[in-house]
Design a protein around this ligand. Structure first.
Ligand code: FO1
Length: 320
């Protein structure tokens, strides 16, 4: 069993690679739901949907989110009525939000809804929302404290960030399925995907029982850097690091997770940083390896997935 912690677009690429090299029942993804919100009366879970669409081959290849072969008649009609169009809901994507909203309103949990939607999309691996409780990422900025999608989509991540709050995380419970995969006797590795540490992975780690289970796990924990050559592959990770007073670098990513990590994968262009990262956990063993981490083709994704699994298998876990 391999468990991957993932946000949306970047993490989903690694998860797709993993799904090609692992039997589906041996792959579980703990998905960030801190980005979830209610919009136009609908329950939207962007990272769950990005993972679901990516694994089922349904994702829009241009954006990395939303569905392929999309049409926008609903959005056009909303616009004609003077409604809100800053968050784009395509006609086919809309079906997912409407169906999720209907089932949640009828009393189903987000985990149960996700299991069923995944089945209908033909996905056999477990995509597990980090919790069925409400956790919302809030961003402290020079324009005040903002809801995630307000910051990320409406304001295009332009406000200057000074901090984060994962509202509800402290009291959130992981679902029974998450407790089970993290306690699985055959757990081979826990992988922090190359997602945004602050916006995608930290909301998951902010749930105390998940963080504790990862920390207590005998399986090696490794992270893949989302920063390559001082820049983010996609999104505002590097910008946020600078705003927080850190250097945008793989070292900053490794330092951020250092209490949890047994291994770290950075891009070959950053291999000169290996010694600095290894030194973050002196005497305790932080294994560091470099490889090509930018995932464009399906071959890039499967190659990185295989590399991460083999790397995890090679790590003899030091006592933390
Ligand atoms: N991202 C955008 O940049 N603009 C959008 O209009 C937008 C709509 C959208 C609709 C459904 C969905 O599942 C995701 C959507 N996203 C959009 C992506 C998403 O909000 C972010 O990429 C994630 O929350 C960050 O992981």
């Amino acid at each position: 069993m391999i468990v991957v912690l993932s946000g949306g677009v970047g993490g989903a690429k690694l998860v797709l690679g993993m799904s090609q090299v692992m039997p589906p029942e041996e792959l579980a993804v703990i998905a960030n739901t801190g980005d979830d919100f209610t919009h136009l009366g609908l329950c939207i879970s962007p990272d769950l949907d990005t993972l679901m669409y990516t694994l089922s081959g349904e994702v829009n290849p241009e954006t990395g989110w939303g569905r392929k072969q999309e049409s926008w008649q609903f959005m056009d009609a909303v616009e004609a009525l003077g409604g809100e169009t800053w968050f784009r809901l395509g006609d086919r994507d809309l079906a997912t939000h409407i169906e999720r909203t209907r089932r949640l309103s009828a009393g189903a949990t987000l985990s149960n809804v996700t299991v069923d939607l995944c089945q209908r999309f033909g996905i056999e691996s477990g995509i597990l929302p980090m919790t069925d409780d409400k956790v919302r990422t809030r961003i402290q900025t020079d324009q005040g404290e903002l809801d995630f999608q307000d910051y990320f989509v409406r304001r295009q991540a332009k406000p200057r960030v000074s901090g984060f709050h994962y509202s509800g995380a402290q009291t959130a419970d992981p679902s029974p399925a998450i407790r089970a995969v993290l306690a699985h006797p055959g757990l081979r590795a826990i992988v922090l995907a190359p997602s945004n540490p602050y916006l995608s992975i930290d909301p998951i780690l902010a749930i105390p029982a998940i963080c504790q289970a990862i920390s207590d796990s005998p399986a090696p924990v490794l992270a893949i850097s989302p920063i390559v050559g001082g820049a983010a592959i996609k999104g505002p990770t590097a910008k946020i690091m600078t705003e927080l007073g850190d250097q945008p670098s793989a070292v900053t990513v490794a330092r951020h997770y250092q209490q949890l990590l047994d291994g770290f994968i950075l891009d070959t262009v950053d291999c000169g940083l290996s010694d600095e990262i290894q030194a973050l956990r002196p005497g305790q063993g932080m294994a560091v390896m470099s490889t090509r981490t930018v995932m464009r083709s399906i071959e890039d994704k499967t190659r990185l997935a295989r590399f991460a699994i083999e790397f995890a298998d090679s790590i003899t876990k030091a006592a933390r």
